[in-house]
Design a protein around this ligand. Structure first.
Ligand code: SF4
Length: 292
């Protein structure tokens, strides 16, 4: 099957399917042109198990940002061993990372949301785009109750990927945490050990932290932004391309000056860097929070 053959009636039918049937449909119809993208959240464990019931040789890919927790890296081996598969690892362009770190520092994500999104673009979004270039069906772990931004997530939709149409699936869109927890327990699935340490949503070291009682699921992501922004997305699940321009200068004392404009594809400015200061002291404090 080809993505262009997907008409509205079929998309509607896919949106009514149960998770296991939808995952099976994807691999049965697209084979190696379908793949599960996972960062080893709990939903990833569930979807990989569902896929294993259809195929013994299904594709799974992950983005290794270079800043992942050891517990997350450990999941690669655990999943590969259990299912007898080889997980594809996509990594950031080394030159782009080097350039970014030289210009803005290792901890640029503390400075403002524009630089956090720039870091995510270099370390996550661009490698993810390379992964998507190799497939027609992208199977994700998005769920509607994760955040307000995700409340309208569809189980199946055709999306634009660098000018090419691909089918994006979210088989667990209508699952809640109780159902996910039960499925994991019933099937004794491997999960990231960070879930036993208070984490609810896992990304990079420092940028994801454990929750305290009563906090919303994604509150632990970019915790220092909790009071100023509620979107909490790294950009992987936001459609459209981002253009970054401008110049920022960092002096020896850690002061940052200049402008960094991040615009959408149409050229309208969406974020502008405000000069501020990001010191190693800030980074060390957040590291301690992470470990604690
Ligand atoms: S989560 Fe943090 S370290 Fe990871 S890519 Fe995004 S800003 Fe960079």
């Amino acid at each position: 099957m080809k993505v262009v053959e997907l008409n509205n009636a079929l998309i509607e039918e896919l949106n009514r399917m149960e998770a296991e049937a939808l995952v099976a449909w994807a691999f049965n119809n697209f084979g190696a042109r379908a793949a599960i993208g996972t960062s080893f959240q709990l939903t990833g464990s569930v979807i990989i198990e569902l896929a294993s019931r259809t195929s013994k040789d299904f594709r799974v890919f992950t983005i290794d940002t270079g800043r992942l927790h050891q517990e997350t890296l450990d999941m690669v081996g655990k999943v590969e061993q259990r299912y007898g598969i080889k997980i594809e690892r996509f990594t950031p362009d080394a030159e782009k990372v080097k350039d970014m770190v030289e210009r803005f520092g290792e901890y640029l994500f503390f400075t403002d949301k524009a630089k956090q999104e720039y870091c995510c673009k270099v370390r996550k979004v661009e490698p993810n785009q390379r992964a998507l270039a190799s497939l027609d069906v992208w199977i994700t772990g998005l769920r509607r109750d994760q955040s307000g931004y995700r409340q309208d997530v569809k189980k199946a939709e055709v999306v634009d990927q660098d000018g090419r149409k691909i089918l994006k699936l979210a088989p667990l869109a209508d699952w809640d945490m109780n159902r996910i927890d039960s499925f994991i327990e019933e099937n004794d699935l491997p999960i990231n050990e960070l879930f036993g340490k208070g984490y609810d949503s896992i990304g990079c070291v420092i940028c994801s932290t454990p929750l305290v009682a009563g906090e919303a699921p994604r509150s632990g992501r970019w915790r220092w932004q909790n009071s100023e922004d509620n979107k909490k997305e790294c950009g992987i699940h936001i459609s459209g391309n981002t253009r970054i321009s401008g110049s920022v200068r960092i002096s020896g004392s850690g002061n940052i000056s200049g402008n960094l404009d991040i615009s959408d594809k149409a050229g309208s400015s969406t974020l502008t860097h405000k000069p501020s200061k990001c010191s190693d002291d800030d980074a060390d404090l957040e590291s301690e929070n992470e470990d604690g």
